[in-house]
Design a protein around this ligand. Sequence first.
Ligand code: PHE
Length: 448
Amino acid sequence: MHNTRDSFGSKFGAIAALAGSAVGLGNIWKFPYEAGNNGGGAFLLVYIFFTVAIGLPVMLSEFALGRYSGRNAFGTFDRLEPKTPWRYFGILVLLAATMILSFYGTVAGWTLEYVVKSLSFSFHSSADIDLNNLFDDFISNPYKPVFWQIIFMVLTGFIVLAGVKKGIERYTKLMMPLLFILIVILGIRACTLDGAMEGIKFLFLPKFSELTSQGVLSALGQAFFSLSIGMGVLLTYASYIKKSENLTSISLQVICADTLIAVLAGVAIFPAVFAFNIAPNSGPGLVFLTLPQVFQSMAFGQLWAILFFVLLTMAALTSSISLLEVIVAFFVEEKHISRRKATIISTVIVTVFGILCTLSFGPLKDIQIGSRSIFGIFDFISSNILLPVGGILISIYVGWRFDRRLLIAELTNDGQLKLWLIKPLVFVLKYVAPLFILVILLHSLGVF
Ligand code: PHE
């Protein structure tokens, strides 16, 4: 249909790009602190349950829709449903991508600063550095974090500008395997620290008494956020997957990679949390407070620190490009402007919102809505409201409205592959996923 469109060159390239989108700050920065805030092991269990029971079906739906339509998220619904309110789904998608990328850029900027801090030896001698102060001073500075956020957004823009195969695929293929190896090494080092066992117990022994209903919602939001689902990112990427690839096998590989890296990040971080007496519920600063201590305790610590923060930045980049691509693909395909112009416009819009998020740790700290900062609001609305709502809508759409034969054709490559799970898949999409997500969402909003 759309032969002139760019596409992924190989299956490995497609998986690297999709896993690159899924694996990011969500796994290494967000998962550990969410787990730390919500009882550790209990959170992990609920998170894995949501990933498999709801994440997988929604991911397959996005894949099928995107590859079938061969268009960006907005255009997909605009074409499939030109006369019904479904076409407005695209607006939700654009809003969610903009909001997520805004606060994502803040944290990615912090990682860049930490690359420089490790280059300049800041974590070298354990004696006289207070990592808490170091972190707090930096994030509340009015200029530095903004500077790094702009640099990060420019990098994101550059890769997206280069296109799907020559930009996105090329860089993710290189960065993902490296990241994996490094996180395994850090996990091993953290586990051999004195007192590491406490951290492992915290992560793997569930204490359900510490899991609140808000925690259950966070686990669902985290599953969606971490898998990049519910907002058209995977739909857009799926539109670049060749018709001959097996979507089910790709989705299983992406889910395994994503969950594995989140668990490994937990294994690298919680032993250090307990070994160095850091509060597991320290919030967004957790990874920036714990891992530098691990580096200090390692031979060649500086080298590991540099490697880690460079790779964390890369993990963030492979995700941020997928978010930017959603917005850019919209401008290019729906508004018919050049990729160059589209990338510049989208990057500028997101950066402006992003700077507000960044400054909410410093000069804009006092702007609070219901005890949440601007950063907190962006995170809460996008991860805990827009992504679940997106998940409900995609499930309902594919479960009830999308032509079943088309769904089966996409998932079986026109009958060439066997598909044993179509019945349970449709059942989950029709009833389980929408109801489950809705109940949790309404509960978290205080409706009952
Ligand atoms: N999944 C990414 C991460 O874990 C973040 C992301 C969310 C990317 C939604 C795209 C869409 O960091």
